[in-house]
Design a protein around this ligand. Sequence first.
Ligand code: HEC
Length: 558
Amino acid sequence: MIAYHTFRNLIFTTAVAGIVLSGCSKPAPQGMPVADPDNGGLTMPAGFAAFKVVNELGPARHIDVSENGDIYVALNNMSKGSGAVALRDTTGDGRADIISYFGSVSGTGIMLHKGFLYFGADTAIVRYPMIPGSLVPDENYQLVAYGFPNEHQHEAKPIDFDPQGNMYVNVGAPANACMEQMRTKGSPGMDPCPILEYAGGIWRFKDDELNQNQLTDGYRFVTGTRNCVALRWNPVENKLYAVMHGRDQLHQFYPEMYDEQASADLPGEEFLMMDEGTDFGWPYCYYDPFKSSLVLAPEYGGDGTVTARCESKTDPIMAFPAHTAPNDLLFYTGQQFPERYRNGAFIAFHGSWNRAPLQQEGYYVVFVPMENGLPSGDWEVFADGFSGRETVMNPGDAEHRPVGLAMGSDGSLYISDSRKGTIWRVIYTGEENHAEETASAMETETVVMADLPGEDVYKSTCLVCHQADGNGVPGMHPPLTNSDWVTGDKERLIRIILEGIEGEIEVNGEIVNSVMPPQPTLDASQVADVLTFIRHSFGNDASGVTVEEVQAVMDDMD
Ligand code: HEC
């Protein structure tokens, strides 16, 4: 087990990586495109350079690159009427000059395989036949696998293939810890967790059969994985790996056992090596990186130290800081980067939201050196600077968030961003870094919070998702700033708190398709207080909500 790094020594790690690499410089490879003077805003170890292939595609997710350098990008929501984009450079400068939107489904997974472009839409895997000589595939897709749960959270369906004709699909658990009442304080964990029957694992399918139903034709390859957006077949080890999103909200649900710091630092995000039939322990166990072991979750009677029931589950091969959201994994098999990168793992972290009220972390791409399929040294930040600032307090402040990784046939590393849809290409030139310091000095955050009794309820109940600045988490937790849902009809607003809200809604012109659990632990006066607070904060200026108004809706619900 490799020692766990806290953020306090992260900066140190990056600096060391820079020094080690500057020793092995080599001339820039022939015909390599010229990097951007500022490396596209990224910082990397010495010898590496980067440039933006394209600037703003929309809500990008995973990417793949064809043999001839064409790039395929999955979009999280339909953008310009399409769910995917194809990019081509026709001039040899590495920048995309043809940008073609296509495809009638959106999602996360995308992978070229055996003459098809496979696409992981949120509830089905489809494939577009590639047309020889054409950038854009045949838009009439074929249905490969279907029947996945549609539960508005953890729905990303990343895919990969083994050489034996199998396709692997992540089926994320639509839950935090399989509580009886979703994300609700005091609600115990369901035992056994019924979600594991149809989600919380990796399912295996045939790569060349159509119309496979998840439950009748698919095979549950591993279980006990909450959500593995980073999923990749390692072609050298001939094995499947993933990096898992760990559970959230320990402090919010169990403040007597976990303070804010512990909750921000637990559990570790787990790097998993997947053998058929393995159980990684979710929801019963979570990984404590400080104890280097799986411990029993509080929903199942754990107290933060008990390991019973978790001893039969499989530990990760490495852990990363909590809540940093690993969203893609790539084993580097190219020749372009120096020897030490061969067969090592690059992991794109999307960055946290569940560290609030503490500083957010993890808007970077890391590298893990590997030998014989296991980490052979500590992980290090490889590419940073995506957020465009020193510190991120609110996820909405990050300019970019890394999400997808791909390798070109020349060994270049491609990185996608979910906020604007920027794609970077990272190359190794062997030259000293010439980038100027790019992270802008932190601007003073002016979070307008009204001085009202509801502030405490907001901080203990809502801030975790809607954030201190009320701007939420893009694409996941909608903003309360300027929202008509907040300042408009009071009864509708009260019902959101009492009953929760689920499915597609429009907030400030953007579509969110997620789930907010009801807040049954709040009494009428707390609901009135917190709603009065949000109607007066974050630039909102609407009338308050009274206890009587809340009580009237409650009476109506009984
Ligand atoms: C676990 C995360 C979470 C918590 C905790 C949470 N919300 Fe939400 N909230 C959401 C999500 C996700 C949506 C959008 C649901 C959808 O897509 O249908 C939402 C929607 C809303 C909306 C309507 C849309 C908007 O942005 O204006 C309001 C108002 C709101 N929440 C207020 C609150 C308040 C007040 C609290 C605390 C009492 C709270 N929420 C706690 C996740 C959360």
